[in-house]
Design a protein around this ligand. Structure first.
Ligand SMILES: [Zn+2]
Length: 76
């Protein structure tokens, strides 16, 4: 994993929350187009969020996403 990937994955959470600056968002989108591993991770995160939001809007334990993310990062 190179430094660009690390930066993108570090910002993936705010990117998916739509809280990134416009130029940063464009930079992340550009990176994802050129980097299938990061795109896979981004799409997995997006689906995970949708799943948690749909199934368990009020009962998701705090930190669940963070724990899953740490596990993924350790595996990847
Ligand atoms: Zn990448």
């Amino acid at each position: 994993m190179n430094e660009d990937c690390r930066d993108v994955l570090d910002r993936l959470e705010i990117y998916l929350d739509g809280e990134t600056q416009m130029d940063l968002e464009a930079a992340i989108q550009h990176h994802l187009q050129d980097c299938p591993p990061c795109l896979d991770r981004a799409e997995f995160e997006r689906e995970l969020r949708a799943l948690v939001a749909a199934k368990c809007r009020d009962c998701a334990p705090p930190g669940l996403l963070a724990r899953v993310r740490i596990r993924l990062r350790a595996a990847g």
